[in-house]
Design a protein around this ligand. Structure first.
Ligand code: ADP
Ligand code: MG
Length: 459
């Protein structure tokens, strides 16, 4: 009954993560006992869902209903740590931390023997932190899970932690923030950040140079391994084999593994099943496209960091217009600032509009045969109708040939349909046009320059 209410009130992903793993143990009188997988899990429920839990209890048991948590202390033996909490009271400090957290052997893991080989760059970029990672609905779960991992690396049930999401949504920023946090708060821990591409190259080189053992030894000694964009390992069987060994070794020692991917694990084609099943041991959290409010907050933070003030209407205009990803949003802000300082003018909505128009033209406009005809016609100051007409006048023949040439270059249309779009000409005419532009480009620098210029509209 409780779960049904809860499910209706929170996003599916939260429900799956936080409520599906709960097992009801008993209901005696007004006390409902539930089993949760870990201390962290219990804390999370209390921190984030206490009101919801209270409401659900009220409804299902009554106002005097109580909730008792039973925490699995050691997943191997399913030993339980009983803990009674009357929701929504605060946690009982004596009980809030099962004993084995202090004596957990993983906490006393021996430091790596060969420190020298680990004095390598960790490839962490200090600019990425939790402080400058704006929180929003789009990233709340991933961010909180990341922060939990950063505070207790290797000790939460989020091992591995897998963050996935589309390009420019903050995967690298988030996992770097985790790495930085750990490095700043746990002096003794060796944190290593590596992109999957780099990992692959190092692997290949180590084979070539006969030092594969050193390579695996190196990674097996880290305490925290952050590996970015694992989709890149796709189809690279040998690299995956080695990663699998490293992964198992680290995981067994309770070392923290953090990964990112541009898609959810189930869609990672070309990755071995045994690896994919490992990924599911921990937590998978996604980053979504930021909503309007989050975009506003990101822009404001960015401006603040640069010490620049912009009126709210401009910020809102930008937040409305750029909604695909954070990287693009940042790009727009940077070019706005650049524009403003170049032209020594204030950043107002007008400037924002111009800047955006340029960026959109340069990056996004899909090149269709219509666009090509318009751009070329504009350039030669003729009409598109002239271009499609039967006229053999020089003023329209050359632009027509050029437009056909570019249509061949930028669209997938067969010659026949290109001809069709130019007033129903046949494909041999199109071939002839392409040839003649090619020849002209070789012999006449002006033509070459014109072609380059027109091409620049479409890039
Ligand atoms: P991804 O790795 O997913 O492609 P990045 O982590 O490189 O994306 O993020 C792209 C840019 O957007 C970076 O400059 C990053 O700092 C910024 N960014 C992404 N998400 C946020 C956020 N929530 N708050 C602040 N900046 C962000
Ligand atoms: Mg990235």
């Amino acid at each position: 009954k409780c779960l049904r209410i809860i499910q209706e009130n929170i996003p599916d992903q939260s429900f799956q993560t936080w409520f599906e793993p709960i097992r009801p143990l008993r209901l005696s009188g007004k006390v409902l006992t539930i089993q949760v997988p870990s201390q962290f899990f219990y804390e999370w429920l209390e921190d984030n869902f206490v009101h919801l839990l209270r409401d659900a209890l009220d409804y299902a048991i009554g106002r005097d209903g109580m909730l008792e948590y039973s925490i699995i202390v050691d997943p191997g033996t399913e030993r339980h740590q009983p803990l009674t909490v009357n929701v929504p009271t605060t946690k009982n400090p004596q009980n809030s931390r099962p004993d084995n957290f202090q004596t957990d052997p993983r906490l006393n893991s021996t430091p790596p023997k060969d420190q020298d080989s680990l004095q390598l760059d960790t490839y962490l970029n200090q600019n990425y932190s939790f402080d400058n990672f704006i929180e929003g609905d789009c990233n709340r779960l991933a961010r909180s899970a990341g922060f939990a991992v950063a505070q207790r690396p290797g000790l939460t049930s989020f091992n591995p932690l897998m963050v996935y999401g589309g390009v420019g949504l903050g995967k690298t920023h988030l996992v770097q923030a985790i790495g930085n946090y750990i490095r700043n708060h746990f002096n003794e821990k060796v944190v290593m950040y590596v992109s999957s591409e780099k990992f692959t190259n190092q692997f290949i080189n180590s084979i070539r140079n006969n030092v594969l053992q050193d390579f695996t030894d190196f990674y097996m000694k880290v305490d925290v391994l952050v590996i970015d964009d694992v989709q890149f390992l796709s189809g690279k069987e040998k690299t995956q084999d080695t990663f699998f060994h490293i992964f198992n070794h680290l995981h067994q020692l309770g070392k923290q593994i953090i990964m990112t991917s541009d898609r959810p694990p189930r869609e990672l084609q070309g990755l071995q099943d045994r690896l994919l099943s490992r990924f599911k041991w921990g937590l998978t959290a996604d980053l979504q496209t930021p909503d309007f409010e989050t975009r506003i907050a990101i822009i404001q933070k960015k401006l603040q960091a640069e010490g620049i003030f912009i009126e709210n209407d401009v910020i809102e205009y930008v937040a409305h217009s750029v909604n695909s990803n954070v990287r693009e949003l940042e790009g727009v802000i940077i070019s706005l600032m650049a524009q403003a300082s170049l032209t020594r003018r204030e950043i107002d909505v007008e400037l924002a509009k111009n800047t955006l128009r340029n960026i959109v033209l340069n990056e996004e406009k899909e090149v269709t045969i219509d666009t090509i005809q318009e751009v070329v016609a504009d350039h030669f100051e003729i009409t598109v109708a002239d271009m499609k007409s039967k006229s053999r006048k020089k003023e329209s023949v050359y632009p027509r040939q050029l437009a056909m040439f570019l249509a061949k270059e930028y669209t997938d249309l067969p010659l026949k349909s290109i001809g069709y779009h130019f007033g129903g000409r046949d494909h041999s005419t199109v071939i002839h046009s392409i040839q003649s532009i090619n020849e002209l480009m070789g012999s006449d620098p002006d033509v070459d320059e014109t072609v380059q210029k027109l091409r620049s509209y479409f890039k």
